[in-house]
Design a binder for this molecule. Structure first.
Ligand SMILES: Cc1cc2nc3c(=O)[nH]c(=O)nc-3n(C[C@H](O)[C@H](O)[C@H](O)COP(=O)(O)OP(=O)(O)OC[C@H]3O[C@@H](n4cnc5c(N)ncnc54)[C@H](O)[C@@H]3O)c2cc1C
Length: 330
């Protein structure tokens, strides 16, 4: 591991200033992703800015209108077990608890979770070609081991899937990511935070170098009470998703009134297709309607040697979750 300097930020402004002063610096929160990548030589920051002493970034609060404000340093565990999250946004709690292990979730922060790196087999491999790790080197996953890779939003330069479970319910619920840098504060809709790989797969998120995430806002969503996160994976715990579904649905007199749906394990970014949701609204809440919506999501895919199975698996998972939520499970 490369030697690095450790500094402790006392405030958000302090962290932003330290980042701005040093191109080679990175923030560290729980360290559960960054330190692994440093050990593997993928990340080589010269300075680590520890943000854990910054006060006021661990709160989880629910406003009177039913929205949530989650501090960037709140631990994944604290959010998952928070009574308001469990009652009003069950899919957020379930998504977090479907990830990693208790020990990791106790350390992992919400901000760090949003920015965790992909889990493509080749990304940490020093001798492999990876355009995320080494721009211009190529992508060994395209013709190699790609079982965990994406089938939506890929490019000829990168097919790595976004690995975060948490990002899916947040994407389905139009969460807003609050950031602060030396130029002040910004609110980024989560759909804009993660970038498609295109021909610059190393440019992953819409954050300036001097900005840090301070909070995640989840707008009020009455149907989120009727939501669920289902994760399908090679092992029943401690594994990343092959396919996952974050879904919420409202049904009135048998007719779908609203759907929120995001799919994991399949997209290079947390994947949501609002056209599919719109197509389901107004239809009877049947497996046929859910299946038609799922078909829209996967109308344009690119599968590789080892991951074509995900398309059918994801469609079935969507139908199953929406059917169960709408009381139409067969
Ligand atoms: C063995 C293992 C299994 C896992 N399994 C899963 C899983 O199944 N599902 C899943 O979703 N995740 C899984 N994870 C990933 C885990 O959720 C992330 O490692 C964790 O959420 C990252 O949070 P952190 O605070 O530790 O981030 P760090 O490691 O501290 O940081 C990660 C990145 O975010 C940046 N960063 C951190 N905080 C901020 C901030 N406030 N503003 C701006 N940048 C910031 C850092 O600079 C770094 O680039 C797993 C991790 C491990 C080690």
């Amino acid at each position: 591991m490369r030697e690095f300097e450790l500094v402790r930020a006392a405030s958000v402004a302090d962290a932003a200033k330290s980042l701005a002063a040093n191109e080679d610096a990175k923030l560290i929160a729980g360290g559960t992703n960054l330190v692994d990548l440093m050990k593997e030589g993928v990340e080589t920051p010269g300075t680590l800015i520890d943000i854990n002493a910054i006060s006021g970034l661990r709160d989880v609060t629910m406003s009177d209108d039913g929205g949530l404000m989650i501090g960037a340093l709140a631990s994944n565990s604290a959010v998952a077990w928070h009574p308001d999250v469990q009652e009003h946004f069950p899919m957020i709690s379930q998504a977090i608890l479907a990830g990693a292990t208790t020990q990791i979730r106790n350390m992992a922060s919400m901000g760090g979770n949003l920015l965790q790196k992909n889990r493509c087999f080749y990304y940490p491999e020093e001798n492999a070609r990876c355009n995320k790790r080494e721009p211009g080197s190529g992508c060994d996953a395209i013709e190699g081991i790609n079982r965990m890779c994406a089938v939506l939003g890929t490019s000829e330069h990168c097919i790595a899937a976004n690995p975060s479970d948490l990002c899916l319910p947040l994407r389905a619920l139009d969460a807003i990511v609050h950031v602060e840098g030396t130029n002040g504060q910004r609110a980024i809709p989560i759909e804009k935070l993660h970038k498609l790989p295109g021909d610059t797969p190393y440019d992953e998120v819409d954050l300036r170098h001097d900005e840090m995430i301070t909070a995640i806002e989840v707008p009020p969503s009455p149907i989120a009470r009727n939501s669920h996160y289902r994760k399908l994976r090679d092992r029943t715990s401690y594994a990343f998703a092959l396919v996952s579904v974050a879904a919420a649905i409202g049904v009135e007199d048998g007719i779908i009134s609203e759907v929120r749906l995001a799919v994991g394990g399949v997209g290079t970014v947390p994947w949501r297709d609002e056209e599919a949701e719109a197509a389901m609204v107004g239809q009877p809440a049947t497996q046929e309607a859910f299946s038609a919506g799922a078909a829209i999501i996967f109308r344009e895919t690119k599968a590789y040697s080892g991951n074509g199975f995900k398309i059918d698996l994801a469609k079935r998972a969507i139908v199953r979750v929406l059917s169960e939520l709408s009381g139409d499970a067969k």
